[in-house]
Design a protein around this ligand. Structure first.
Ligand code: AMP
Length: 302
């Protein structure tokens, strides 16, 4: 089933202890779409500038990602640059140039209006809601990501959008900030009162925790020997998660648990190389193999 994602398509400059790239394809929607494309057809709603060339979009096209909803505007593409500390636990944002992204008003092509699975990437909650409003068939699942900026500045708008969503995917700090509750289990109850019935808390190198009103599930991050670039790990997790669900075509406890595993699998591939590179080369057998390793990693008998 088709999965629609709205979010940033960007150029990133990245510096880690393993190297430096001045300008490479990035943005939350790019990581999400590439990760999800291994499970289901993906449609992107975003905006780029005149400087975004066919070569830049080639990695997305090679994965058969539908780019009809990516508007090309006059001006430059969103640019973000960041530098990681020696142990990669801290990231300093060096530059955020919104460029054409500042004027982004998502418009869905007619062919996108029947999307059954939707992921609202981290943008203004009012714009997130405008995407939902343009989908004419009732979507099966709407997932949402947000960040401190929107939780602080547009709380009322975010609440309105949350009422329309089923799965909230944020990190632990954002969960605490959104709910005003330090304890994550109690925070989840607040989230359930806002609309979503599933909360996925992304915890970076500590994996992810899913709190559903009927069950709990936790996955570790895959123990890799070398992490080259953590950029986009969370977006790749979200792509693997939503992509698996859309590919499965149904949402129940079993598919939600597997979605957590495939989210973690795709997050782990993303960080193995710089930028989106590994998400473009990883194969289905490699994905399956790593999912099996997760199953071994976490299996025990009582
Ligand atoms: P993450 O590592 O999950 O924080 O995602 C990094 C990606 O988010 C990069 O590819 C950036 O281009 C993109 N990004 C950075 N800042 C923003 C922002 N304010 N809004 C949307 N996307 C952003």
């Amino acid at each position: 089933m088709s999965l629609l994602v709205v979010g940033s398509v960007a150029f990133d400059g990245i510096e880690t202890p393993f190297g430096k790239v001045e300008r490479t394809l990035g943005g939350a929607a790019s990581y999400f779409a590439l990760a999800a494309s291994h499970f289901t057809p993906v449609r992107v709603v975003g905006i780029v500038g005149e400087d975004f060339s066919p070569t830049d979009e080639a990695p997305l096209r090679r994965r058969h990602i539908d780019l009809e909803g990516v508007e090309r505007a006059n001006g430059k593409t969103f640019f973000w640059a960041g530098r990681y500390s020696q142990n990669m636990n801290e990231r300093t944002t060096l530059t955020t140039e919104l460029n054409v992204f500042a004027e982004f008003r998502p418009t869905l092509p007619r062919s996108y209006c029947d999307s059954a699975y939707i992921f609202l990437g981290n943008i203004d909650p009012t714009l997130q809601r405008s995407v939902v409003d343009q989908v004419t068939c009732k979507p099966k699942v709407i997932g949402l990501d947000t960040m401190n900026y929107w939780i602080e500045r547009t709380p009322a708008e975010l609440r309105e959008t949350l009422e329309r969503t089923q799965i909230l995917m944020i990190n632990d700090d954002e969960t605490r900030q959104l709910t005003g509750e330090h304890n994550l289990m109690r925070a989840a109850k607040h989230v359930f009162n806002m609309g979503p019935r599933t909360l996925v808390i992304k915890r970076g190198e500590h994996g992810a925790l899913m709190v559903h009103n009927k069950f709990l599930f936790s996955v570790p991050a895959f123990p890799l020997e070398e992490v080259h670039d953590p950029t986009g790990a969370g977006d790749s997790f979200a792509g693997g998660f939503m992509g698996y669900l859309a590919g499965a075509g149904k949402v129940n406890e079993a598919t939600l648990r597997n979605a957590m595993v495939y989210g973690s699998v795709m997050g782990s591939f993303a960080v193995e190389r710089f930028g989106v590179e590994r998400l473009t080369t990883v194969t289905k057998p490699e994905i399956r193999k790593r999912a099996h390793l997760f199953s071994k990693l976490t299996s025990f008998q009582l």
